[in-house]
Ligand binder design. Sequence first.
Ligand code: FAD
Length: 349
Amino acid sequence: MDKPILIAGHGLAGALLAWQCERAGLDFAVADPGGGGSASLAGAGLINPITGRRLVPAWRFGEFMPCARAVYREIEAALGVPLWHELRVRRLFADAGERAAFAARHGRGGLAPHAGAADAAGFWIDGAARVDVAALLAGLRERWRRAGRWRAEAVEPVAELARHAAVIDCAGAAAARAGRLRFVAWEFAKGERLELAVDGLEAGIVLNRRQWLLPVAPGRAWVGATHEPGVVDPAPSPAARALLVAAARGLAGDARPLAVTAQHAGVRVASPDRRPAIGWHPAEPRLGLINGLGGRGALWAPMLARAWARHLAQGEPFPPECGVARFAGGASIAAGGDSSRKTGASSQA
Ligand SMILES: Cc1cc2nc3c(=O)[nH]c(=O)nc-3n(C[C@H](O)[C@H](O)[C@H](O)COP(=O)(O)OP(=O)(O)OC[C@H]3O[C@@H](n4cnc5c(N)ncnc54)[C@H](O)[C@@H]3O)c2cc1C
């Protein structure tokens, strides 16, 4: 390639793609305006093998997790900053429905190897982790800045194609709402998280009953997350703050004093089948994307970024179950999603 690849967006997707491009010896630049509003900075970086009211084991956890652990530890060593924190989750039953869901799944062996038997209040989940996403993004941004690869600005991916070998759109909700990616029926869900000053929580244990309470340092914890399907306004709200404070009090015990020190909000993007989407735009063969990370960006992004770098460096096909080509019908790159410029399916999976 005689021109660099441009990575548009430096959330988890773009940062990890840049990391894999560096490892693969590819020439690249990264652009992001910063200024907040990213899902990655609103999120908690939690990786949990069993989530949701129906206690569904995370999709392909056994494949994604070893890659995530290896990649985050590699970046941790390169940056000299702790990023990877292994955790146990104390999952407390919210109601009889969750207790019944546990009994059914556990009885079929569907929660092994991460959950053993339940007690009266809940059960333990092993094999969870937290990635310090803010430290990861700050450390990598500085690495790209020093290497002359950083552009602190918003870019228009289609316009940038003239100056780059390829543009990989990693702009999260902003990309999913733009005309160029509207060929996928993305689903949006606003989420919020609070930072708290609170003493006496046990390190390394996440308490989880609908919301979670996560100790991150002595005297400091996070509580999250809210989930508002269809809401795309990323402004923190008083209602979410009240809900999360009540959740934190319920999990920590009402008698424990706590104070809110920060509030974050962001918008998650999910694909219609709730799996991630990577690959080339079906109407523009040099415009790529990573999106649809939903509530699993910390787990999925490392392997998706590695798949992209292997594709760019060695021509390896994308894993078909993650390929954006499954949504290709009606694709166009026109702003506003003009579907009159339909093309056939991408050559990539
Ligand atoms: C409250 C909350 C809690 C969450 N908790 C977790 C969790 O515990 N674990 C987990 O795995 N996931 C969690 N998630 C989901 C997770 O945050 C996302 O899956 C993931 O961060 C998405 O990453 P991304 O890189 O695709 O998008 P983003 O993080 O949104 O990054 C997109 C980036 O693109 C930039 N950008 C936008 N427009 C442009 C442009 N024109 N040019 C250049 N750059 C641009 C933005 O500034 C931003 O930095 C949570 C989300 C929320 C909202």
